[in-house]
Design a protein around this ligand. Structure first.
Ligand code: GDP
Length: 452
């Protein structure tokens, strides 16, 4: 998974501090050195790494460390804060135009995921009651207009595209002029009362002057409210140069990271804000139109540090369940009445949603279980079902009843090992505890690092 290595390296570094009663200057230096190495290996830009490690070092040595935390927790807290900082701090939302339509232009290299993103963004807006219009200005790639048509249909939104081979203007048979299409598209949106326009533009395999000029011309012609630079998180060290070229060429207002579901080391995500000064607005996490989410720096930092991303988890669960059910679950969690039965019910419902792996990945402490996660399949759910179904109703309501002999009975009854039973109960308890803290508005405890 993206950030997998970085996560593992950082959590290992923190684990070494667990036995320390106090942080010496040498401990801080050693830790900072390891963090530096981990970030460089993740392809984070050197200037960002320097800035980051400098701040972590200064704070870890300073007297403002939180004395209520043990040394490992102090360092995790500092690193978490600073990660949130380099990811952009506060969440940056989409700017809406004062008078609709809000015009959003997409720019980026070919293959970055612009066209897919146009569909995702359109669907996301539509789901919130907006009426986006997609405009096809990528007239370079032969298939691009057709492809945008396909995503528009999937998203159930309207599209404005030139007829193949001409600009759509009667009698004009020149190859389409993307600037004119963009301008006409925005005019079309205005006349048909679409409240959003998403303009897809051409990309190239590498940055080139013609591409930049075209993007710059489109920008000048339609004066967008947002110019989103779409970047593939997998491109690694090229990210910085590409981002800088687009910043000079089109001057984007925000960034969308794509392919975060892949095996990216994470360098692009962690460098882009520092290098361009521009915030990340959205993250794209798969090929499907639903694999898309607003970007939250704090949640991403927790994911990197394997503190879990319980908020996104809850939001996605809310999408998978109906609202009433979600409300009941939240209530149960807050009042400590979330039981293994509820847990099982959620799993069963999720089975259809096909997103179990993703959700499990957001639970705290799951980073180390990557491989198991990759093998997480139907069978695993069946095992979990079998275990929970071998419990008595009382046990499901109150897992504290589960002493050794009961666990043995359940293991036998479900055909699983006692270790499986233990692991399920632990996971459930940790999840319930985290969810409860978050539901109450608190900061979750760092798993495995609390005072024993
Ligand atoms: P464009 O050239 O910038 O318009 O890029 P496309 O939208 O055509 O995307 C290029 C390829 O990347 C397509 O095969 C997409 O399905 C795929 N793609 C786009 N976004 C994602 C993502 O977030 N995750 C994954 N795994 N694939 C993606």
């Amino acid at each position: 998974a993206t950030f997998g290595n970085l996560s593992a390296r950082l959590t290992d570094t923190f684990a070494k501090l667990r036995t320390k009663g106090k942080l010496s200057a040498a401990d801080v230096d050693g830790t900072v050195r390891e963090i530096r190495r981990a970030l460089l290996e993740a392809d984070v830009a050197l200037e960002v790494v320097k800035d980051f490690t400098g701040k972590v070092r200064e704070r870890a040595l300073g007297d403002e460390v939180n004395k209520a935390l043990n040394p490992a927790q102090q360092v995790v807290q500092i690193v978490n804060d600073e990660l949130i900082g380099i990811l952009g701090g506060e969440q940056r939302r989409l700017e809406f135009a004062k008078t609709p339509p809000t015009v959003i232009m997409l720019a980026g290299l070919q293959g970055a995921g612009k066209t897919t993103l146009a569909g995702k963004l359109a669907k996301w807006l539509k789901d919130q009651g907006h009426t986006p219009l997609l405009v096809a200005c990528d007239l370079q790639r032969p298939n691009a207009v057709t492809q945008l048509g396909v995503v528009a249909e999937q998203a159930g939104v309207a599209i404005y595209a030139p007829h193949p081979g001409n600009t759509g203007v009667e009698g004009d048979l020149t190859v389409g002029d993307p600037v004119r299409v963009a301008r006409d598209g925005v005019a079309e949106a205005r006349s048909k009362h679409h409240d959003f326009v998403i303009v897809d533009t051409a990309g190239r395999l590498g940055v080139d002057a013609e591409l930049m000029k075209q993007a710059g011309d489109i920008r000048a012609a339609i004066d967008p409210d947002e110019v989103l630079f779409v970047i593939d998180a997998m491109i690694g060290q090229d990210a910085v140069a590409t981002a800088q070229a687009f910043q000079e060429g089109v001057d984007f207002t925000g960034v969308v990271l794509t392919k975060l579901d892949g095996d990216a080391r994470g360098g692009a995500a962690l460098s882009i804000r520092g290098v361009t000064g521009k915030p990340i607005l959205f993250a794209s996490t798969g090929e499907g139109l639903g694999d898309f989410e607003p970007f939250h720096p704090d949640r991403m930092a927790s994911r990197i540090l394997d503190l879990g991303d319980v908020l996104t988890l809850i939001e996605q669960a809310q999408q998978a369940f109906d609202e009433e059910e979600a409300r009941q679950v939240a209530e149960k969690i807050a009042s400590d009445q979330f039981t293994l039965d509820d847990f099982l019910k959620q799993m069963q419902q999720l089975r259809g949603a096909g997103s179990i792996q993703k959700m499990m990945g957001m639970l705290p402490g799951m980073g180390k279980m990557k491989d198991q996660l990759a093998n997480f399949d139907e069978r695993e759910i069946l095992h979990t079902e079998a275990i929970i179904q071998s419990m008595t109703p009382d046990e499901r309501r109150n897992p504290k009843l589960l002493n050794g002999s009961r666990r043995l009975r359940i293991a036998k009854g479900s055909g699983q090992t006692v270790t499986d039973v233990n692991s399920l109960v632990n996971r459930f308890e940790q999840a319930a505890k985290m969810m409860k803290t978050v539901a109450k508005g608190g900061v979750p405890q760092i798993p495995g690092m609390g005072p024993v």
